[in-house]
Ligand binder design. Structure first.
Ligand code: NAD
Length: 480
């Protein structure tokens, strides 16, 4: 069985401990690769190599750094099929989704930040006639990047690309649940001739390798995407060390459907915003509020469409819903379905594990599930399930739906469906989320700020926000 390696100082290397972690194919339930169980020693070596690489890397022109990023983007693009099938096997997502979204967007991340850094500028302020202030934006040094399993390469590259573009060296850790495409990225970086030590990829558990990165005094900034509890743990270590932190955390996103929306478009998109990637996208809408007059029609049409979704082998081209990423997560989702039933919910469709035949007979699959009849305050409506489960609820008016939509601890994304322009602006302004989509979902412009409020995160990533995060600003004041 293949054993993955860490990527440190430009080479692929086994962990010091020589211990490995099993990595499962969620569609079959079988171990298909092993990843390093890294610890402090591996992180220490990575920090040393990043320290050595920093003076050269940070002194390169933005154009030169951009060339490396473009080389990496090009090599991923040339291997898109290989990356897509690896992502699908590792995560359980349909291969057609990895091919059309995950991998192309990872390529885009490198391309976008290669271009963005060459456009990055800083301010100057004239004070009176004889004073000039200008701001230098200089790389921080070594940045730590820690990412989750749901969009493995997509989110990994979302952090690495801006950090490198801004002139930092990076120590990055992918999720131990989905290490494969991060490993393939290290092979690509070697092929691209990225100077040794500029990017180091360490595999392993969060509480060992991850926390060694977070607590290392030479790692000056931490960008993290993952669960809210982990984010709080990381903040409790990085905060007192006065590190820069950017936290992209969990969500419980509302979808608000008003009577006056473009119905067919809303219906089509709401199926996607509920169940794409088995509902394992932090931006998926999991609480659907439909205005009273449209509720029954929406319920009937929505359930019909959801029942038509095909759950199956992620490697089949016609599969809509693939496997749940791990046994542990599969059990968590089933637990919440059960909880919803106990709290008085009625399952309109789904609600059960799916047993497939052949290759996938031992895989972790759950039917796309729609539940109604729950109070907006119950646990299934307040806590993040992060699976193919949505609840639907009717509402009477704007005030009521805003109150219910805003009632959770989270504030990542929301979706509003209406043709009334004033209402769209009003609700957008009053909803508690960092990202609002009106009459669309998952449309991304990489220049826009990305992130959540409340327990969904701290700081924003994307575009200039990311380049600002990965640089230290220094004001120079000159008397002329
Ligand atoms: P997780 O928090 O369990 O793990 C995320 C990463 O953190 C992994 O690489 C893990 O190894 C590492 N980690 C765990 N404990 C650590 C510690 N103490 N110190 C340092 N690193 C540690 O999250 P997950 O289960 O992999 O991902 C799912 C979660 O991610 C969901 O809550 C989802 O909403 C969230 N998410 C948020 C966004 C966003 O942009 N806001 C995007 C995707 C996923």
């Amino acid at each position: 069985m293949e054993k993955l390696k860490n990527y440190i100082d430009g080479i692929l290397i086994a962990p010091f401990s020589n211990n490995y972690i099993n990595s499962y194919d969620p569609a079959t339930g079988e171990v298909f690769t092993m990843l390093p169980d890294s610890d402090n020693e591996d992180v220490e070596l990575a920090v040393k190599s990043a320290e050595n690489a920093f003076p050269h890397w940070s002194s390169l022109s933005a154009e030169k750094r951009a060339e490396y990023l473009l080389k990496i983007a090009g090599l991923i693009k040339n291997n898109i099929e290989k990356f897509a099938s690896a992502e699908s096997r590792d995560n359980g997502k349909p291969v057609q989704l990895a091919r059309s979204v995950d991998i192309p967007r990872a390529v885009k991340n490198f391309e976008f930040f290669a271009s963005a850094v060459t456009q990055f500028s800083s301010e100057s302020h004239h004070t009176g006639t004889d004073i000039l202030n200008y701001t230098l934006r200089q790389p921080i040094g070594i940045a730590g990047a820690i990412s989750p399993w749901n969009l493995p390469l997509y989110l990994f590259s979302w952090k690495i690309a801006p950090a490198l573009a801004a002139g930092n060296c990076v120590i990055a850790k992918p999720s131990e649940v989905t290490p494969l495409t991060a490993y393939m990225l290290s092979e690509i970086c070697i092929e691209a001739g990225l100077p040794n030590g500029v990017l180091n990829i360490i595999h392993g558990y969060g509480h060992k390798a991850g926390s060694a990165i977070v607590s290392h005094p030479e790692v000056k900034a931490i960008t993290f995407t993952g669960g809210t509890k982990t984010g709080k743990d990381i903040a409790s270590v990085a905060g007192p060390m006065l590190k820069k932190i950017s936290l992209e955390l969990g969500g419980k996103n509302p979808v608000i459907i008003f009577n006056d929306c473009k119905y067919d478009e809303m219906l089509e998109t709401t199926v996607r915003s509920s169940f794409t990637n088995q509902g394992e996208i932090c931006l998926c809408g999991s609480r659907i509020f439909a205005e009273k007059d449209i509720y029954e029609k929406f319920k009937t049409d929505f359930v019909k469409k959801v029942k038509a979704l095909k759950t199956g082998d992620p490697l089949n081209a016609d599969t809509d819903i693939g496997a749940i990423v791990s046994k542990q997560h599969y059990e968590k989702i089933l637990y919440y379905i059960d909880l919803a039933l106990k709290d008085g919910g009625k399952i309109l469709c789904g609600g059960n594990p799916v047993e497939l035949k052949g290759r996938c007979k031992s895989g972790w699959f759950i039917e796309p599930t729609v539940i109604e009849g729950l109070d907006h305050n119950c646990r299934a409506n307040q806590e993040e399930i992060f699976g193919p489960v949505v609840t639907i609820m009717p509402f009477e008016n704007e005030e009521e739906v805003l109150q219910k939509a805003n009632s959770t601890e989270y504030g990542l994304a929301s979706v509003i469906w209406t043709n009334d322009l004033s209402k769209a602006h009003r609700v957008s302004a009053n909803i508690h989320s960092g990202i609002v989509w009106v009459n669309c979902w998952m449309v991304r412009d990489l220049r826009t700020p990305f992130g959540g409020m409340k327990n969904s995160g701290v700081g924003r990533e994307g575009g200039l926000e990311a380049l600002r995060f990965f640089t230290e600003s220094k004001n120079v004041c000159i008397k002329i």
